[in-house]
Design a protein around this ligand. Structure first.
Ligand SMILES: NC(=O)c1ccc[n+]([C@@H]2O[C@H](COP(=O)([O-])OP(=O)(O)OC[C@H]3O[C@@H](n4cnc5c(N)ncnc54)[C@H](OP(=O)(O)O)[C@@H]3O)[C@@H](O)[C@H]2O)c1
Length: 282
């Protein structure tokens, strides 16, 4: 039986959907069953639990062999899942992480992922790490601005990135969870098929929407302030702005074939993603 955490999120919900479609016994950990998008799908058990309440994790972990571990990347939550897995005889954890997760990263989210990875490795459990590039779904956060103003602001300059559809991250996690043995101890880099800048994103949006969409460059400091004004918690806004500043310097300029080599299916392009989400932007 496979347990998927973060199962109402972008990566987790797709992993559950695909595992259910393959009739793999799957348990989805959710806070609110009403938000589970696959309610009633054959073979999917819903475990109501909270990553901040370890007792609920223990209840969800019974009979589980493999865990797909995805959270908003809080160490205390992920470490609680890993420790619960260890107590309940889980044999393999597939963890969503960050390609640049190092203990001395300037970005706190990356240091957090490094801390979780170190804890996971120290348990002796078999594991697989999935390190995605920027998610295409992040663009949905600027969809209201695009609708209202015909453009979007971003602080990544002309930095290039290998943007990936979070559904392809979920598909890779599902493929590994279905047959984890051959993936033990391995790390995969997950990207879409092409390197893009936000100017390219604006061109693709222009193509998808049939009207000119403008990319307005701002500095990471301006971006941080704008995110805070929009209600993003200060620590998250600081991290996000740091990441955009790094992207401007080429930090996310990498591509990989790992989605296709693990799943057997090429990753979705930005054009495909936008065609499927056009109503969100128009
Ligand atoms: N965005 C990017 O560009 C990017 C790039 C590389 C790596 N990543 C990594 O991807 C991961 C995030 O994946 P995602 O985008 O799929 O996440 P997401 O869509 O933000 O979903 C987060 C999930 O965690 C659940 N959750 C949050 N707090 C919880 C709690 N206390 N108890 C139980 N469940 C809880 C949420 O449930 P509710 O529905 O109840 O809120 C939701 O299912 C992070 O590790 C991040 O570092 C992201």
């Amino acid at each position: 039986m496979i347990l998927v955490t973060g199962a109402t999120g972008k990566v987790g919900s797709e992993a559950v959907r695909l595992l259910a479609a393959q009739h793999r016994p799957t348990r989805a950990l959710v806070r609110d069953p009403a938000r589970a998008p696959y309610g009633g799908a054959a073979g999917v058990e819903i475990a109501v639990g909270d990553l901040d309440r370890p007792a609920t994790l223990d209840a969800a972990m019974r009979g589980i062999d493999t865990v797909v571990l995805v959270t908003p990347s809080w160490p205390v939550q992920e470490i609680a899942v890993i420790d619960s897995a260890l107590r309940h005889g889980v044999t393999h954890i597939v963890k969503i992480t960050n390609h640049k997760a190092t203990v001395d990263s300037p970005v706190d989210r990356r240091r957090d992922h490094a801390r979780i990875e170190a804890h996971l490795k120290a348990t002796g459990l078999a594991y697989t790490l999935l390190a995605p590039n920027l998610f295409m779904q992040n663009l949905l956060a600027v969809a209201p601005m695009i609708k209202q103003t015909g453009g979007f602001t971003m602080s990544a300059g002309d930095g290039r990135f290998g943007m990936v559809d979070a559904r392809d991250v979920g598909a890779t996690a599902a493929a590994i969870a279905a047959a984890p043995g051959e993936h033990a101890g391995r790390a995969y880099l997950l990207t879409g098929p092409e390197l893009l800048t936000y100017a390219d994103v604006a061109k693709e949006l222009t193509h998808a929407l049939g009207r000119e969409i403008e990319y307005r460059r701002i500095s990471p400091d301006e971006h941080r302030e704008a995110m805070i004004r929009a209600g993003v918690p200060e620590a998250v806004a600081t991290s996000n702005a740091q990441v955009f500043g790094l992207i401007a310097e080429g930090d996310a300029e990498w591509l990989s074939d790992d989605v296709a080599s693990v799943t057997g299916i090429p990753p979705r392009s930005l054009r495909t993603f936008l065609a499927e989400h056009v109503t969100a932007f128009s």
